[in-house]
Design a protein around this ligand. Structure first.
Ligand code: CA
Ligand code: CA
Ligand code: CA
Ligand code: CA
Length: 381
């Protein structure tokens, strides 16, 4: 039997509280029906107003819900997690995601793909205009980034209407409408799992055409980037719809010069890897004297624009190829790079060692014999 429920949330005009119920569709041979009783489950019923609820899955059959909340002196952002029975999992009436003294509103939420969520909102703290802030909360309701959120965009004039999706690496891609220029435009920013912004400070411009661009929506492009669409007044006579993709750039590698060195040299292969985000993993393959590849350095993390200084295998002389393979934090591979290393120096093979040992043994025997002969001569004298 298929038992699927759809969680539906609304804010009631009569009391401005957050309420939920389950779906109401009846299909033959399917078990559809409300699961939590006709009264629905209370999520937050505290005094004052709770509005603009938004929801995402908690990845465990329940959900995380966020809303704007006027219980304090100004609107704040609160959230609550519920399990599959609709029972609240965190502090009664929700935990504060941002209770900063100024105005926070228009929250949006996406899963962090780890049982928690990333939440974004408009925020007018400290200035006369709106900015964009975000916070990550884990499955237990503990905030993960700076108290009251990190700044996603603090540019002049208003930034409004944020939207958010997961970036597939426990971070998020966020877009909003932005009035920093002469007209409303569309900007976007990526934030990683640790709360560090990944693109240009205050966001990458998605569309800065004349006239108004507003109300963006965003979805993943399936490769670490996003596709964003919005309403556009560029015709100056009617609203149109436009879209743009912001893509995850593939990582790239420097190409260090080939190296000619000796067994006692000290050079390293100084690859540097670059990416539009934080980095990823790399490995180095080398070939042995038979030309077969082997793993010289297993998968290791790399950081954007930090030189790697890979040591060289100096145990035998010859010409060897070292090849770096690498990918970024979205598992997108860059083009591998190869450096040729020529090593010179005296070979001490097993055969040579045997010859040396035999020579030493013979020399020692001859020496002993000479000493013995001398002693006999001395006695006979
Ligand atoms: Ca507030
Ligand atoms: Ca602003
Ligand atoms: Ca514009
Ligand atoms: Ca990248």
């Amino acid at each position: 039997m298929i038992n699927t429920s759809l969680l539906i949330f609304w804010s009631s005009a009569s009391n401005n509280n957050i309420t939920s119920t389950s779906s109401i569709k009846n299909l033959p041979n399917l078990s559809w029906g409300i699961a939590w009783g006709t009264e629905s489950k209370p999520i937050c019923t505290s005094d004052d107003h709770q509005v603009i609820p938004q929801i995402c899955s908690d990845g465990a059959g329940g959900a995380i819900i966020v809303w704007a909340d006027s219980r304090g002196a100004t609107y704040d952002i609160y959230a609550q997690r519920i399990n599959s029975n609709g029972d609240v999992q965190w502090t009664s009436n929700g935990r504060a995601i941002c209770a900063e003294s100024d105005f926070q509103y228009s929250p949006q939420i996406c899963s962090d793909d780890a049982g928690g969520a990333i939440i974004v909102w408009e925020d007018d703290r400290g200035t006369v205009d709106m900015d964009i802030y975000a916070q990550r909360v884990n499955s237990a309701g503990s905030i993960q980034w700076t108290l009251d959120g990190i700044e996603i965009c603090g540019a002049i004039d208003d930034q409004n209407y944020p939207q958010i999706i997961t970036d597939g690496s426990n971070g998020a891609i966020i877009t909003w409408q932005d009035q920093r220029g002469t007209s409303n435009d569309i900007y976007a920013q990526r934030v990683n799992s640790a709360g560090s912004i990944q693109w240009t400070l205050d966001g990458s411009a998605i569309c800065t055409k004349a006239a108004t661009q507003k109300e963006p929506q965003v979805c993943s492009d399936g490769a670490g980037g996003a596709i964003i669409t919005w309403a556009d007044w560029r015709s100056l006579s009617h609203w149109d719809i436009y879209a743009q993709r912001i893509k995850n750039e593939l990582p790239t590698s420097s190409h260090p010069a080939d190296i000619t060195t000796t067994k006692t040299g000290s050079e390293t292969i100084n690859w540097t890897l670059y990416d539009d985000c934080a980095g990823g993993l790399y490995r180095v393959l080398a070939n042995d004297t038979s030309g077969n590849n082997y793993m010289w350095k297993n998968w290791t993390s790399w950081t954007n624009n930090i030189t790697l200084n890979i040591p060289i295998n100096r145990t035998v002389s010859g010409s060897f190829k070292y090849t770096i393979e690498y990918y970024d934090d979205q598992n997108q591979y860059g083009i591998s790079d190869t450096v040729i290393v020529d090593i010179s120096g005296l070979e001490i093979s097993g055969y040579n060692i045997l010859i040396l040992l035999i020579s030493a043994f013979i020399s020692l025997a001859i020496l002993k014999r000479k000493i013995k002969t001398n002693r006999i001569k001395q006695r006979s004298n």
